[in-house]
Design a protein around this ligand. Sequence first.
Ligand SMILES: Cc1cc2nc3c(=O)[nH]c(=O)nc-3n(C[C@H](O)[C@H](O)[C@H](O)COP(=O)(O)O)c2cc1C
Length: 195
Amino acid sequence: MAVESPRLLAFAGSLRRESFNRRLIPVLAEGARAAGAEVSLIDLRDYPLPVYDGDIEAAGMPEPVHRLQDLMSEHDGLLISTPEYNGSMPALVKNTLDWISRPTEAGPSGTTLFRGKVAGIVSASPGPLGGLRSLLVLRDALAKLGLVVVPQQIAVGLAAERLPETGLLADERMREGVHGVGAAVADLAARLRRQ
Ligand SMILES: Cc1cc2nc3c(=O)[nH]c(=O)nc-3n(C[C@H](O)[C@H](O)[C@H](O)COP(=O)(O)O)c2cc1C
């Protein structure tokens, strides 16, 4: 029986309309698609969430959480492009992951939604280091949730020059690197699907 293509969920960790990380996501997705994955691109603007608060959760889970949890259960992995804020990942990314990790009707812990799935991470920043430090923190957070984060990662520095428009990464070596991250996630997710 033919094994279905792995399905990956991709988003940028920035709400800004002209976000460099938003511009980078299609490049990451392109690499994954070329390696055989189906990629769903989402915009976190469409999933507005308050800062996590147990009282809000107790009063009723915000509706976007259900939609994100459903998406997570339907996909084999994540592709994330994150900014770096003060040497770490943005609150938006952590808050989104925290809400998704809350219990669902299907299981006592939302972390079961993440467990054994694959993730690939990249970052972009106008600074020279490209947000590299945010990747270290995000990698650790994803691993704690049970995702297998592929070792490949790329931090796109000097993003104002290198990412002049959506999907255009004007540096061949970096473009290949970002494609490589997407391809590695697609490959590993496909192998895990076959098991
Ligand atoms: C609160 C804050 C902290 C920041 N800290 C860093 C930082 O530590 N390192 C860095 O390279 N850029 C930092 N920046 C600049 C961001 O990289 C820049 O705003 C970038 O465009 C954000 O990503 P986006 O274009 O995807 O929205 C910071 C920006 C903000 C708003």
